[in-house]
Design a protein. Structure first.
Length: 234
Protein backbone atom coordinates (compact mmCIF):
# COMPACT_ATOMS: atom_id res chain seq x y z
CA UNK A 1 0.00 0.00 0.00
CA UNK A 2 2.74 2.49 0.98
CA UNK A 3 4.61 1.74 -2.26
CA UNK A 4 1.44 2.50 -4.25
CA UNK A 5 0.91 5.80 -2.42
CA UNK A 6 4.56 6.78 -2.81
CA UNK A 7 4.44 5.98 -6.51
CA UNK A 8 1.30 8.06 -6.87
CA UNK A 9 2.88 11.06 -5.13
CA UNK A 10 5.83 10.66 -7.49
CA UNK A 11 3.50 10.62 -10.45
CA UNK A 12 1.89 13.86 -9.28
CA UNK A 13 5.28 15.54 -8.93
CA UNK A 14 6.47 14.50 -12.36
CA UNK A 15 3.11 15.18 -14.05
CA UNK A 16 3.44 18.92 -13.51
CA UNK A 17 6.20 21.37 -14.34
CA UNK A 18 9.13 20.88 -11.92
CA UNK A 19 9.75 24.63 -11.57
CA UNK A 20 6.11 25.22 -10.75
CA UNK A 21 6.21 22.38 -8.25
CA UNK A 22 9.24 23.90 -6.51
CA UNK A 23 7.51 27.31 -6.40
CA UNK A 24 4.20 26.11 -5.00
CA UNK A 25 5.38 23.03 -3.07
CA UNK A 26 1.76 22.23 -2.20
CA UNK A 27 -0.80 20.03 -3.87
CA UNK A 28 -4.30 21.26 -4.52
CA UNK A 29 -7.36 19.93 -2.71
CA UNK A 30 -8.23 18.06 -5.91
CA UNK A 31 -4.83 16.32 -5.72
CA UNK A 32 -5.44 15.28 -2.12
CA UNK A 33 -8.94 14.04 -2.98
CA UNK A 34 -7.54 11.90 -5.78
CA UNK A 35 -4.75 10.53 -3.55
CA UNK A 36 -7.38 9.58 -0.97
CA UNK A 37 -9.40 7.84 -3.70
CA UNK A 38 -6.31 5.95 -4.92
CA UNK A 39 -5.52 4.80 -1.38
CA UNK A 40 -9.10 3.88 -0.44
CA UNK A 41 -9.66 1.75 -3.53
CA UNK A 42 -6.05 0.50 -3.81
CA UNK A 43 -5.62 1.78 -7.34
CA UNK A 44 -2.32 1.39 -9.17
CA UNK A 45 -1.29 3.09 -12.42
CA UNK A 46 1.70 1.96 -14.42
CA UNK A 47 2.66 5.26 -16.08
CA UNK A 48 2.42 9.00 -15.54
CA UNK A 49 0.18 9.21 -18.61
CA UNK A 50 -2.22 6.66 -17.12
CA UNK A 51 -2.17 8.49 -13.79
CA UNK A 52 -3.06 11.80 -15.45
CA UNK A 53 -5.77 10.18 -17.55
CA UNK A 54 -7.41 8.57 -14.51
CA UNK A 55 -7.10 11.77 -12.51
CA UNK A 56 -9.00 13.57 -15.29
CA UNK A 57 -11.77 10.94 -15.17
CA UNK A 58 -11.95 11.40 -11.40
CA UNK A 59 -12.26 15.16 -11.82
CA UNK A 60 -15.14 14.68 -14.26
CA UNK A 61 -16.88 12.39 -11.77
CA UNK A 62 -16.33 14.93 -8.99
CA UNK A 63 -17.96 17.67 -11.06
CA UNK A 64 -20.98 15.45 -11.75
CA UNK A 65 -21.27 14.57 -8.05
CA UNK A 66 -21.13 18.24 -7.05
CA UNK A 67 -23.85 19.08 -9.56
CA UNK A 68 -26.13 16.27 -8.37
CA UNK A 69 -25.67 17.12 -4.70
CA UNK A 70 -26.48 20.77 -5.44
CA UNK A 71 -29.81 20.01 -7.15
CA UNK A 72 -31.17 17.01 -5.22
CA UNK A 73 -32.03 17.31 -1.55
CA UNK A 74 -33.34 13.76 -1.15
CA UNK A 75 -30.10 11.88 -1.80
CA UNK A 76 -26.36 12.29 -1.28
CA UNK A 77 -23.94 11.25 -4.03
CA UNK A 78 -20.29 10.26 -3.70
CA UNK A 79 -17.40 8.36 -5.25
CA UNK A 80 -16.98 4.61 -5.67
CA UNK A 81 -14.33 2.40 -7.27
CA UNK A 82 -15.54 3.34 -10.77
CA UNK A 83 -14.85 7.07 -10.40
CA UNK A 84 -11.71 6.87 -12.54
CA UNK A 85 -13.39 4.85 -15.32
CA UNK A 86 -14.51 6.14 -18.70
CA UNK A 87 -18.17 5.93 -19.70
CA UNK A 88 -17.29 3.16 -22.14
CA UNK A 89 -15.68 1.11 -19.38
CA UNK A 90 -18.73 1.60 -17.18
CA UNK A 91 -21.11 0.57 -19.98
CA UNK A 92 -19.50 -2.88 -20.05
CA UNK A 93 -21.20 -3.55 -16.70
CA UNK A 94 -24.65 -2.87 -18.10
CA UNK A 95 -25.68 -6.38 -19.05
CA UNK A 96 -29.43 -5.87 -19.26
CA UNK A 97 -30.73 -7.53 -22.43
CA UNK A 98 -34.27 -6.25 -22.99
CA UNK A 99 -36.83 -7.94 -25.18
CA UNK A 100 -39.81 -6.72 -27.16
CA UNK A 101 -41.82 -9.75 -26.08
CA UNK A 102 -43.27 -8.82 -22.71
CA UNK A 103 -44.19 -11.11 -19.87
CA UNK A 104 -47.67 -10.77 -18.38
CA UNK A 105 -48.08 -7.21 -17.10
CA UNK A 106 -49.77 -6.61 -13.77
CA UNK A 107 -52.12 -3.62 -13.51
CA UNK A 108 -51.15 -2.47 -10.06
CA UNK A 109 -53.51 -0.65 -7.69
CA UNK A 110 -51.47 1.69 -5.51
CA UNK A 111 -54.38 3.55 -3.89
CA UNK A 112 -54.20 1.57 -0.61
CA UNK A 113 -50.44 1.66 -0.15
CA UNK A 114 -48.53 3.71 2.39
CA UNK A 115 -46.95 6.91 1.12
CA UNK A 116 -43.47 5.42 1.66
CA UNK A 117 -41.75 2.26 2.83
CA UNK A 118 -38.16 1.67 3.92
CA UNK A 119 -37.36 -1.97 3.18
CA UNK A 120 -33.79 -1.56 4.42
CA UNK A 121 -34.88 -0.76 7.99
CA UNK A 122 -37.48 -3.53 7.75
CA UNK A 123 -34.72 -6.02 7.01
CA UNK A 124 -35.63 -6.96 3.45
CA UNK A 125 -32.44 -5.75 1.72
CA UNK A 126 -29.06 -7.48 1.85
CA UNK A 127 -25.76 -5.61 2.04
CA UNK A 128 -24.41 -3.88 -1.08
CA UNK A 129 -22.79 -6.32 -3.50
CA UNK A 130 -20.12 -5.75 -6.17
CA UNK A 131 -20.57 -7.32 -9.59
CA UNK A 132 -16.99 -6.49 -10.63
CA UNK A 133 -16.14 -5.94 -14.29
CA UNK A 134 -18.83 -8.29 -15.55
CA UNK A 135 -22.16 -7.50 -17.23
CA UNK A 136 -24.12 -9.46 -14.63
CA UNK A 137 -26.45 -6.72 -13.36
CA UNK A 138 -29.44 -8.84 -14.41
CA UNK A 139 -28.36 -11.62 -12.02
CA UNK A 140 -27.97 -9.20 -9.10
CA UNK A 141 -31.39 -7.69 -9.85
CA UNK A 142 -32.87 -11.18 -9.73
CA UNK A 143 -31.25 -12.25 -6.47
CA UNK A 144 -32.18 -8.95 -4.84
CA UNK A 145 -35.81 -9.46 -5.82
CA UNK A 146 -35.95 -13.03 -4.53
CA UNK A 147 -34.07 -12.17 -1.32
CA UNK A 148 -36.51 -9.37 -0.50
CA UNK A 149 -39.60 -11.35 -1.49
CA UNK A 150 -38.57 -14.27 0.75
CA UNK A 151 -38.05 -11.97 3.75
CA UNK A 152 -41.28 -10.04 3.23
CA UNK A 153 -43.18 -13.32 2.98
CA UNK A 154 -41.94 -14.26 6.46
CA UNK A 155 -38.67 -16.01 5.71
CA UNK A 156 -35.07 -15.12 6.52
CA UNK A 157 -33.03 -12.54 4.62
CA UNK A 158 -30.47 -14.75 2.91
CA UNK A 159 -27.92 -13.60 0.29
CA UNK A 160 -28.51 -15.76 -2.78
CA UNK A 161 -26.20 -16.92 -5.56
CA UNK A 162 -25.71 -14.75 -8.63
CA UNK A 163 -23.12 -17.22 -9.90
CA UNK A 164 -25.74 -19.95 -10.07
CA UNK A 165 -27.76 -17.78 -12.43
CA UNK A 166 -24.63 -16.97 -14.43
CA UNK A 167 -23.74 -20.64 -14.84
CA UNK A 168 -27.12 -22.34 -15.00
CA UNK A 169 -29.72 -20.12 -16.71
CA UNK A 170 -28.21 -20.10 -20.20
CA UNK A 171 -30.96 -22.36 -21.52
CA UNK A 172 -33.44 -19.62 -20.57
CA UNK A 173 -31.54 -17.12 -22.72
CA UNK A 174 -29.07 -15.49 -20.32
CA UNK A 175 -25.45 -14.96 -21.37
CA UNK A 176 -23.45 -14.57 -18.17
CA UNK A 177 -21.11 -11.57 -18.25
CA UNK A 178 -22.43 -10.75 -21.73
CA UNK A 179 -25.83 -9.89 -20.31
CA UNK A 180 -29.22 -11.31 -19.52
CA UNK A 181 -32.79 -10.56 -18.53
CA UNK A 182 -34.44 -10.81 -15.13
CA UNK A 183 -37.54 -12.50 -16.60
CA UNK A 184 -35.33 -15.26 -18.01
CA UNK A 185 -33.66 -15.66 -14.64
CA UNK A 186 -37.03 -15.85 -12.86
CA UNK A 187 -38.07 -18.62 -15.27
CA UNK A 188 -35.01 -20.56 -14.12
CA UNK A 189 -35.71 -19.91 -10.41
CA UNK A 190 -39.28 -21.20 -10.81
CA UNK A 191 -37.77 -24.55 -11.77
CA UNK A 192 -34.60 -24.59 -9.67
CA UNK A 193 -34.32 -22.76 -6.31
CA UNK A 194 -31.31 -20.55 -5.74
CA UNK A 195 -28.56 -21.69 -3.42
CA UNK A 196 -27.01 -19.30 -0.92
CA UNK A 197 -24.14 -17.05 -1.91
CA UNK A 198 -21.82 -18.87 0.50
CA UNK A 199 -22.71 -22.24 -1.03
CA UNK A 200 -22.29 -21.06 -4.63
CA UNK A 201 -20.01 -17.98 -4.44
CA UNK A 202 -19.67 -15.27 -7.06
CA UNK A 203 -16.47 -15.39 -9.14
CA UNK A 204 -16.81 -12.15 -11.16
CA UNK A 205 -16.63 -14.17 -14.39
CA UNK A 206 -18.54 -16.69 -16.47
CA UNK A 207 -18.55 -20.26 -15.24
CA UNK A 208 -18.28 -23.09 -17.75
CA UNK A 209 -20.47 -25.62 -16.00
CA UNK A 210 -23.55 -25.45 -13.79
CA UNK A 211 -22.81 -26.68 -10.27
CA UNK A 212 -26.29 -26.28 -8.78
CA UNK A 213 -27.37 -29.14 -6.54
CA UNK A 214 -31.09 -28.39 -6.93
CA UNK A 215 -31.62 -27.95 -3.20
CA UNK A 216 -31.50 -24.18 -2.80
CA UNK A 217 -33.47 -21.92 -0.47
CA UNK A 218 -34.50 -19.10 -2.83
CA UNK A 219 -37.92 -19.93 -4.31
CA UNK A 220 -40.55 -18.16 -6.39
CA UNK A 221 -43.91 -19.46 -7.58
CA UNK A 222 -44.38 -16.85 -10.30
CA UNK A 223 -43.56 -13.34 -11.46
CA UNK A 224 -45.08 -10.47 -13.43
CA UNK A 225 -43.82 -7.34 -15.09
CA UNK A 226 -45.14 -3.97 -13.97
CA UNK A 227 -46.35 -1.28 -16.34
CA UNK A 228 -43.41 0.35 -18.09
CA UNK A 229 -42.51 3.89 -16.91
CA UNK A 230 -45.18 3.81 -14.20
CA UNK A 231 -44.14 5.48 -10.93
CA UNK A 232 -47.14 3.99 -9.12
CA UNK A 233 -46.33 0.45 -10.27
CA UNK A 234 -42.70 0.80 -9.23
Amino acid sequence: MFKKIAATFGAIKHSINDDKFMQEELMTQADYDFIHFVSEHQKSYGTVAEFNFRKAQFATAQAEINELNAENGTATFGHNFMSDWTHEEYKKLLGYKGTKKSNEVMEFDATKLAASENWVTKGAVTAVKNQGQCGSCWAFSTTGSVEGADQIAGGDLTPLSEQQLMDCSKAEGNQGCNGGLMDNAFKYVKKTPLETESEYPYTHKDGRTCKAKGSGVGHISGFMDVTSDSVEAM
